[in-house]
Design a protein around this ligand. Structure first.
Ligand code: CAA
Ligand code: NAD
Length: 284
């Protein structure tokens, strides 16, 4: 266990926050989870509980490990409860103003030694860091979905992230059994800079009349991707995908990142993918 990091706080209990909290507790960190929505917090916690039970049933982990992991995980009611955390990982909605407001508030409540990390998919870490008085303690820690399964964590250093912060977080990622890569603090980092334009292009094909199943089968069987791009879009969340594409388009200023109008329409309709029950496909 890291000497510097013993307690981790996770903010946002959606699909990413819950996954990060699960991995953190399973690694041995005392873990606290918070969400502004009580319902999301309850669902996130229950989801972790059932994931751990499934791992026991499949004999991937012992019942003792599952119980110990759950015992290390607590749901908390507010940001003040994170005051004893050594690292706080933010995994809330992909909106720059809302994230900056959160970090500004955290900065006033949390001791100055605590490291702040963001799981943002595309937003500048330097910008998030500027809303705090501790830019040297801010870092991007971009986990992939589903967190318990995916091996990668992209690390992003903001302009002022210190070597100490970076080295500490590299070691946390290693303890979690994941591999880190270092990305430059530019919109979309590495994975989403490449992945999101590909998914966007698939949505243009759908808009032009190609069937969803044919697009997905083409990429699954033709390029050995585990999920076709439209299935993956539903899995990521169409609202999140649109946020990312808008950031790429605005910040990099190139038409190739323009979100497909069909994606915009789906999000306007509340079709967010798997999490809302309907996206490019329907989920019961
Ligand atoms: N949470 C935890 N575990 C999960 C899971 C979830 N949501 N979904 C699947 N798994 C586990 C299963 O339990 C299973 O475990 P075992 O092998 O131990 O039994 C394993 O993953 C494989 O699952 P399945 O057999 O059910 O299905 P699969 O072989 O199709 O794999 C998948 C599922 C791992 C999700 C695979 O389809 C995949 O890799 N898809 C692509 C995922 C991807 O590209 N993620 C990155 C998205 S981009 C991103 O995250 C960045 C961003 O900012 C948007
Ligand atoms: P989600 O919609 O599943 O969950 C977001 C959660 O944040 C919700 O439960 C919401 O109630 C909560 N929330 C919103 N504002 C809050 C606040 N001010 N304080 C506390 N909680 C708040 O979203 P997600 O897919 O888990 O994405 C979360 C973050 O992770 C985003 O920045 C996203 O870009 C990033 N990310 C997503 C994926 C993906 O595949 N979905 C992958 C990597 C990174």
């Amino acid at each position: 266990m890291s000497d510097a990091i013993k307690r981790i706080g996770v903010i946002g209990a959606g699909q990413m926050g819950a996954g990060i909290a699960q991995v953190s507790a399973m690694t041995g960190f005392e873990t606290k989870l918070f969400d502004t929505s009580e319902d999301a917090l309850r669902r996130g916690y229950k989801g972790i509980e059932s994931q751990l039970n499934r791992l026991v049933e499949k004999e991937k982990i012992s019942a003792e490990k599952a119980n110990d992991s759950l015992a290390r995980l607590s749901q908390v009611n507010g940001l003040k409860d994170f005051q004893d955390c050594d690292l706080i990982i933010e995994a809330i909605i992909e909106n720059v103003e809302i994230k900056c407001d959160l970090f500004k508030e955290l900065d006033t409540l949390i001791p100055e030694n605590t490291i702040f990390a963001s799981n943002t998919s595309s937003i500048s870490i330097t910008r998030l860091a500027a809303s705090t008085t501790r830019p040297e303690k801010m870092i991007g820690m971009h986990f992939m979905n589903p967190v318990p399964v995916m091996k990668l964590v992209e690390l992003i250093r903001g302009l002022q992230t210190s070597d100490e912060t970076y080295n500490t977080i590299c070691s946390v990622v290693e303890q979690m059994g994941k591999t880190s890569v270092l990305a430059v603090d530019m919109p979309g980092f590495i994975v989403n800079r490449i992945l999101c334009p590909m998914i966007n292009e698939a949505i243009y094909l759908l808009q032009e009349g190609v069937k969803a199943e044919d697009i997905d089968n083409a990429m699954k069987l033709g390029t050995n991707q585990p999920m076709g791009p439209l299935t993956l879009a539903d899995f990521v969340g169409l609202d999140t995908l649109l946020y990312i594409l808008r950031i790429l388009h605005r910040e990099l200023g190139e038409d190739k990142y323009r979100p497909c109008p069909l994606l915009v329409k789906y999000v306007e309709a509340g079709w967010y993918g798997r999490k809302s029950g309907r996206g490019f496909y329907s989920y019961s």
